[in-house]
Design a protein around this ligand. Structure first.
Ligand code: DX5
Ligand code: ZN
Length: 220
């Protein structure tokens, strides 16, 4: 149970007029990864940022850019996101007609590969790919917007994935994304998540005290 917890703040809740400064502040506050939510208004109802913005942010920090692609089709844009400086590229299996091909494409650019599961997406859909990927992102809200309510019914899914990962002795991050706060952070860690994504809690709680909020999510 004593695993190292990494915090990946989502910049979706940052001030978009000064994204570079916000990322620096997150770095200084102890963030491990920087979670970048990319939405296309098609795979999900919201539109956020694209590779050009990520490219401009890249020189600001050496922190790992944990890029969560909520776009479809995904293959067409992998090259752009890889070249923009993403370190981990995570996609949804529903956004490609060939999951294997997308994994290989991301690896071709020497990037780490993540697969994301929406709340209703079954583990069985991606189980066979677990050997080939670096991260599994479990959504605890419907993808699309920051500030939604955590869905506790996904806890068994974290546990199921954790037990497969342990049984197969895989070295992959189990990341949880959506509605994480100081009340539910312990439950997701106990279930087996080792990377916590958070937007609203990190940017809004305790008057936006990033350091305190990151620390509380890590230790709570
Ligand atoms: C939702 C995004 C999340 C979200 C996290 O589609 O993938 O990363 O912005 O924000 P909070 O922590 O506010 O739920
Ligand atoms: Zn996300």
């Amino acid at each position: 149970m004593d695993q190292i917890i990494k915090i990946s703040p989502s910049i979706l809740s940052a001030n978009f007029s000064k994204l570079g400064d916000e990322i620096l502040s997150l770095e200084n506050a102890g963030a491990d990864y920087i979670h970048i939510d990319v939405m296309d208004g098609h795979f999900v109802p919201n539109i956020t940022i694209g590779p050009e913005v990520i490219k401009r942010l890249r020189p600001v920090t050496k922190k790992i850019f944990d890029v969560h692609l909520m776009i479809s089709p995904v293959d067409k844009y992998v090259k752009d996101f890889a070249e923009s400086g993403a370190d981990i590229i995570t996609f949804h299996p529903e956004a490609t007609d060939n999951v294997d091909k997308t994994i290989k494409l991301i690896k071709k650019f020497n990037k780490k590969v993540g697969i994301s599961l929406k709340p209703k997406t079954q583990v069985s859909l991606i189980e066979k790919y677990l050997n080939e990927i670096d991260l599994i992102l479990i959504m605890s809200v419907e993808p699309g917007f920051a500030g939604q309510k955590f869905m506790p019914e996904i806890l068994p899914k974290i546990k199921a994935i954790k037990s497969i990962v342990d049984k197969k002795k895989l070295n992959i991050d189990i990341e949880i994304d959506g509605g994480i706060n100081f009340q539910n952070s312990k439950s997701v860690k106990d279930a087996g998540a080792n990377v916590i994504v958070s937007g609203s809690t990190i940017f809004k709680e305790n008057n936006g005290n990033l350091k305190k909020n990151i620390e509380l999510l890590r230790t709570n």
